[in-house]
Design a binder for this molecule. Structure first.
Ligand code: FAD
Ligand code: SIN
Length: 534
């Protein structure tokens, strides 16, 4: 049941796979992933990757756009590092076999998205993530130093707390993870000296989200329980435009569609974005999402509309084949009809605090990708900077991890077996389904695009009760995938609410009607949360 490896990578999106390919040059790598290998936020990414590749662009332009979107909270040195290393990261993806869209002259086709002052988004039509995931997975599968275990969900990280003797005298280290092998219903110990958290985001804590079902914030919750520092959880990004169809999961309508010239309209056909920002449809995401929220509240309508009908039909189909097809499934022909859209939870700007080399506050535990907090996004992420961040920061993380592996030479202590004492198979699982739904509703209703102290306090009280009940249920029950996720959704929701309650101002993605102004004197800093485990 036990597995030993040099590098344990938790998650198989762009961050986990990129890290694994680099780490495999140094030692053995085991990737665990909770569903099918390609299932990840990465696989659904549409718009592309932002990078400075045009002679009409410059690093300074991209840096300034990123800092402007981030509303004063970006860590400038991290932003600079990410942007200056962008072109090399794109080059590396091309060598890996990713096929990006090209112009007639065979150079990379660069498009524009909200908040960007130049055309700089590299893309594969409107299915960029799927293409990246395909190429990276193919390379991983061809690498004999990498083993990938599907349907293995990490339950908790192993630190001194789960070792014989619980000796904390040398600080807190991560020694691996307990993972549920879902198909065989067995908990396995996977031990390693280097552990990478690359578990992605947490959009599923909200009722309406562009994220697939895997995005339950497991990495953030596990790291928090293990004692790591977490930052800026109040900054959940809502994407302005997801397809509105009652009763069905949100489907993203890429920002590239607005970059291509689509216009936001109310039901009477009035375009409204100019009232909110001089860049209109191409304003930063927080502004567009809030404007749509405001228009919906003003009109009482359940959605607004995105209009592409003034564009050439064949060209629309060529640029946005997936969006065209998906909308057609819902009887919306985007070449002839306006697309009904609403904002949906999309991206977590906060996460597990890491330094410039991917190290968390726990020794041996690294984090990359959406789960990590490098500081590059500040209070609002600029479109298409996420895939870039995941790619660029995995390189120094692997370098640092390999140094850690070589110099520490620490012996992994004896790890306690998974404790089944006092647990049994419940005969009623309806609580789980119900609790998951209630948490997501509470988060959507009270901790969404526009917040207030009253709403946040109400959410906090409700979440405290549910979380205590979930924890109680968890202690008594044989673990399952759904229970692990519910526990993590509950924890992450609480972290978001605590961070939001703490910040008494409005900035970027956090808008509180009780403090509608940005307050640089008191709040020009990150929010940190951690719990003492020793
Ligand atoms: P993910 O790609 O989400 O991978 C996480 C992995 O961890 C998955 O394999 C998951 O199964 C696994 N996992 C999670 N928990 C566990 C656990 N407990 N045990 C084992 N495995 C686990 N960003 C851009 O820059 N450009 C875009 O165009 C863009 N478009 C987007 C469109 C959509 C619809 C969405 C949802 C996001 C988009 N983003 C985009 C954001 C971007 O895709 C993500 O931030 C990025 O892909 C995250 O990569 P990752 O490797 O960190 O995580
Ligand atoms: C999109 O295509 O609109 C998503 C881009 C992003 O999230 O960066």
């Amino acid at each position: 049941m036990k597995i030993e490896t040099d590098f344990l990578v938790i998650g198989s999106g762009i961050a986990g796979l990129s890290f694994a390919l680099n780490a495999a040059e140094i030692g053995s790598v085991t990737i665990i992933t909770k569903k099918e290998d390609k299932e990840s936020n990465t696989n659904y990414a549409q718009g592309g990757i932002a990078s400075v590749l045009s002679p009409n662009d410059s690093f300074e332009n991209h840096i300034n756009d990123t800092l402007r979107a981030g509303s004063g909270l970006c860590h400038e040195h991290a932003v600079r590092f990410m942007i200056e290393n962008g072109p090399a990261a794109i080059e590396k993806l091309l060598r890996t076999g990713v096929e990006f869209s090209k112009t007639n002259e065979q150079s990379l086709d660069l498009i524009r998205e909200g908040g960007h002052s130049r055309e700089r988004i590299v893309h594969a039509r409107d299915y960029t993530g799927r293409e990246i995931e395909r190429a990276l997975l193919q390379n991983v599968k061809n690498n004999s130093n990498i083993e990938i275990l599907e349907n293995h969900i990490a339950i908790d990280l192993i630190t001194e707390h789960q070792t014989v003797g619980r000796d904390y005298s040398k600080g807190i280290h991560c020694w691996g993870a307990y993972a549920l092998d879902v198909e065989n219903n067995k908990v396995r110990i996977i031990s390693a000296r280097v552990i990478l958290l690359s578990t992605g985001g947490c959009g599923q804590v909200y009722l309406h989200t562009t994220n697939p079902s895997i995005a339950t914030g497991d990495g953030i919750a596990m790291a928090y329980r293990a004692g790591a520092t977490i930052a800026n959880m109040e900054f959940m990004q809502f994407h302005p435009t997801s397809l509105f169809k009652e009763g069905s999961d949100a489907f993203l309508i890429s920002e590239a569609v607005r970059g291509y010239g689509a216009i936001l309209r109310d039901k009477d056909g009035n375009s409204f974005m100019k009232e909110y920002h001089k860049s209109a449809e191409l304003a930063p995401r927080d502004i567009v999402a809030r404007a749509i929220d405001r228009e919906m509240k003003r009109s009482g309508e359940p959605c607004v509309y995105l209009d592409l009908t003034h564009k050439n039909a064949e060209s629309i189909k060529k640029h946005f084949p997936s969006i065209y097809k998906r909308c057609l499934d819902f009887q919306v022909d985007i070449t002839k009809e306006w697309i009904p859209v609403v904002p949906a939870a999309h991206y977590m700007c906060g996460g597990v605090v890491v330094d410039m080399k991917g190290s968390t506050t726990i020794k041996g535990l690294f984090a990359c990708g959406e789960v990590a907090f490098t500081g590059v996004h500040g209070a609002n992420r600029l479109a298409s900077n996420s895939l870039l961040e995941a790619l660029v920061f995995t390189e120094p993380a692997v370098q640092e991890a390999s140094v850690y592996l070589k110099i520490t030479k620490l012996n992994i202590p004896d790890i306690l077996p998974w404790n089944l004492e006092g647990t049994f198979n419940q005969d009623e699982w309806v609580y789980l389904v119900h609790d998951r739904h209630v948490i997501r509703e509470v988060m959507w209703d009270y901790v969404g695009i526009v917040r207030s102290d009253f709403r946040l306090a109400r959410a906090s009280r409700r979440l405290d009760v549910i979380t205590a009940e979930v924890e109680e249920f968890y202690k008594k029950t044989v673990v399952t995938n759904d229970l692990i996720e519910l526990r993590n959704i509950a924890t992450v929701s609480q972290l978001i609410v605590r961070s939001a309650l703490n910040r008494k101002e409005s900035r970027g993605l956090h808008y509180n009607t009780d403090y509608p102004q940005r307050d640089d004197k008191l709040w020009n800093h990150d929010t940190h949360l951690s719990q003492s485990v020793i």
